[in-house]
Design a protein around this ligand. Structure first.
Ligand SMILES: C[C@H](O)[C@H](O)[C@@H](O)C(=O)CO
Ligand code: MN
Length: 418
């Protein structure tokens, strides 16, 4: 039997198996098809960007590895993203950082950036049926230092306030152009390598800077603020901690970004979803994988990703949670990294959507906790992968491991020649 026929047949059997426990698989597939993932542009080039200022690196993050073939310019990055689009089902988004602007070979400092530097991105994204999201960039600049928006030096603070305001204006233009809100994330690395005696001062400065940045209301963009436990070389203190942004987000009704690498390793990011949904308007996610620390490894179908997806589905919050990715592994084929990470994220959501939730909730309501636990455990082994293969087949993309060959071919034809 041919592979496609096998996939079709397995799907029909899986569908019946799921129907027996009250799950409508066709409805599930329709929902999965609509889930948009905001693909981060920075896996393609190890977070370097295309500024002509010479990215200094640092600023709390670092890509490790030197696998050949990274994107060296905008054209190469776009080609890579186009390739990625052929490896994953569904319509997705592209998440750009400010340092990826189309600066035309000119030196444009971060307090000078304008929407015009992203016109070609907007046009290209429209052609490729991608919506854009955006990020201000505080790292890799001579004025980055340890403190940006929380810097006691007003001139440095004002520089970054101006940068971030401009990034919001760019996001507004993107949102208007694509007729869909552009989500703009603010993550600043601000912190201290060693003990500080000024925790309150820096946090009050950050609050004030954010108030200035958010003073202007926009209709076509949405703001989100991302906390972190610590940055590289800033291990002792982070101004924008989770407490800080959770408080700010709840008070000012801003979205909080939950990056899966930005919490203590035993802390459950999945458990935060329901609380945030009650007190902040929406949620932005940076789906990532921490290995011992915020290492930004490629997302896998592990317990953390599955639990997160399940919590979102259980809260019926797919329309309130924006799913972005954030990993940058420079030690393996970068297109492969994208394909694994995106496909694994989709698989996690598929598992969430296939959960026999009606029965599970019935058990819970009846106090039947053994039955609830047993069904949760058995559901892990239900034939979700047959449904996944069918999703790939229906979307005309590689089924199962077949994408490995496609990536090897792209490497042979394109990235190995860079
Ligand atoms: C490049 C991104 O802005 C960055 O990864 C940020 O989101 C982050 O998670 C820093 O640790
Ligand atoms: Mn992040």
């Amino acid at each position: 039997m041919k592979k496609n026929e096998l996939v079709q047949k397995s799907y029909e059997i899986a569908k019946e198996r799921y129907a027996a426990i009250g799950v409508d698989v066709d409805a599930t597939l329709e929902k999965l098809q609509k889930i948009q993932i905001s693909i981060h542009c920075w896996q393609a080039d190890d977070v370097t960007g295309f500024e002509n200022l010479g990215n200094l690196g640092g600023g709390g993050i670092q890509a490790t590895g030197n696998y050949p073939g990274k994107a060296r310019n905008i054209d190469e990055l776009r080609a890579d993203i186009e390739k990625v689009q052929t490896l994953v089902g569904g319509k997705h988004r592209l998440n750009l950082h400010e340092i990826y602007g189309d600066f035309g070979g000119k030196v444009v400092d971060r307090d000078e950036v304008e929407p015009s530097h992203f016109t070609s991105w907007m046009q290209w994204a429209k052609e490729k049926d991608l919506k854009l999201d955006f990020n201000s960039t505080s790292f890799g600049h001579p004025k980055s230092g340890d403190l940006t928006l929380a810097n006691p030096d007003k001139s440095i603070r004002d520089f970054w306030i101006e940068h971030t305001k401009r990034c919001r204006a760019i996001s507004e233009e993107m949102g208007k152009f694509q007729n869909d809100p552009c989500i703009m994330n603010i993550w600043v690395h601000d912190g201290s390598k060693d003990v500080t005696v000024n925790r309150y001062l820096y946090r009050s400065l950050l609050e004030n800077s954010l108030d200035q940045i958010f003073a202007k209301e926009y209709k076509n963009m949405k703001d989100c603020i991302e906390s972190k436990l610590f940055g590289i070389a800033l291990e002792s203190y982070t101004v924008g901690s989770h407490d800080f942004y959770l408080g700010y987000g709840a008070k000012k009704q801003k979205m909080v970004t939950l990056d899966m690498g930005h919490f203590h390793l035993t802390e459950s990011v999945a458990d935060k979803i329901s609380s945030l949904l009650l007190f902040t308007p929406e949620i932005m996610l940076h789906v990532s994988r921490a290995v011992r620390w915020d290492s930004d490894h490629v997302v896998l179908l592990n317990d953390e990703t599955i639990d997160l997806a399940k919590e979102i589905v259980r809260a019926d919050a797919l329309d309130k949670v924006h799913i972005g990715l954030d990993f940058f592994d420079a030690s393996i084929n970068r297109i492969g990294a994208y394909a694994i990470g995106i496909r694994s994220t989709q698989k996690a959501f598929l598992q969430g959507l296939l959960e026999p939730i009606v029965k599970l909730r019935e058990y819970e309501a009846n106090g039947q906790y053994f039955e609830r636990l047993a069904l949760l455990e058995e559901a892990k082994g239900l034939p979700w992968n047959a449904v996944w293969d069918y999703f790939c087949l229906k979307n005309n993309i590689a089924v199962g491991e077949d994408y490995i060959g496609e990536i090897q071919q792209y490497e042979k034809d394109v990235t190995s020649k860079r």
